[in-house]
Design a protein around this ligand. Structure first.
Ligand code: 13P
Length: 249
């Protein structure tokens, strides 16, 4: 049985000073655990400070919220995966719905980013999920599978085996509406089936997380659902006490 993953996506919150204060408080109340994996995704501006704060805690991983598909160049305002790695990041979010909806990130861009991230030795955490209108039209699975297949299409098989995926229904993000564990389970099972077929049986290391209005009250039920390997948490991860309760579930 693999360890559950608890990932905190801070989005555009917490600069370096707030990041340091938060992490010092968290670390003081959360001793190392070897039965779960924790990942923090601070903003790019706070990545170096977070890497420094976490330097003595190899049980906690650092991730970057977004990178460019090129490693360097004339891309004003973008973050390079190599810079993120230099700060201590070992994971990178790709294709978050906010990137897709607000910044025009396409499936093809997510594919290029996943390949660049994996080539740099980091783990891509590919986010997939349907919008409300797609949910209501009953086309969740075809949307999610299209995003998934294209997103990982440029990865080699060995890279594919270590990918992280987050199923985040767009209608559940920041809305207080959570997918029912049994509904999320169906989508997670389809994602896992895809990897099982693509990898001919060696799926053990592919982890599928759920995200969308996770909080301290619903975290335990979600993470206990059969196909849910962990949680990707936005708003509720911003409060260090709430986050400490969530990772303690
Ligand atoms: P909320 O937990 O705020 O709904 O956000 C989920 C999310 O987008 C995590 O990536």
């Amino acid at each position: 049985m693999q360890k559950p993953v608890f990932a905190a996506n801070w989005k555009m919150h917490y600069g370096p000073q707030e990041t340091r204060t938060y992490l010092l408080k968290f670390l003081a109340s959360y001793p190392p655990h070897d039965d779960r994996t924790i990942i923090f995704f601070p903003s790019a501006a706070s990545l170096a400070v977070a890497g420094f704060a976490l330097r003595d805690r190899p049980d906690i991983l650092l991730g970057v919220q977004n990178v460019h598909w090129e490693e360097k160049g004339a891309f004003t305002g973008e973050t390079s995966v190599l810079m993120a790695r230099d700060c201590g990041a070992t994971v990178a979010l790709v294709g978050h719905s906010e990137r897709r909806q607000l910044f025009g990130e396409t499936d093809e861009m997510t594919a290029r980013k996943c390949a660049t991230i994996a080539r740099a030795g980091l783990t891509p955490l590919l986010c997939v999920g349907e919008r409300l209108d797609e949910h209501e039209r009953g086309i969740t699975q075809s949307i999610v599978m299209r995003q998934l297949k294209t997103g990982v299409s440029r990865l080699e098989k060995s890279q594919l085996a270590t990918v992280l995926v987050a199923y985040e229904p767009v209608w559940a993000i920041g809305t207080g509406k959570t997918a029912k564990p049994e509904d999320a389970t169906v989508v997670h099972a389809a994602i896992r089936r895809y990897f099982r077929e693509a990898l001919a049986g060696q799926t053990d290391s592919v982890r599928v997380l759920y995200g969308g209005s996770v909080n301290a009250e619903n975290a335990a039920e979600l993470v206990a659902a059969p196909e849910i390997d962990g949680l990707l948490v936005g708003g509720a991860s911003l409060d260090v006490d709430v986050w400490t309760r969530i990772v303690g579930t």
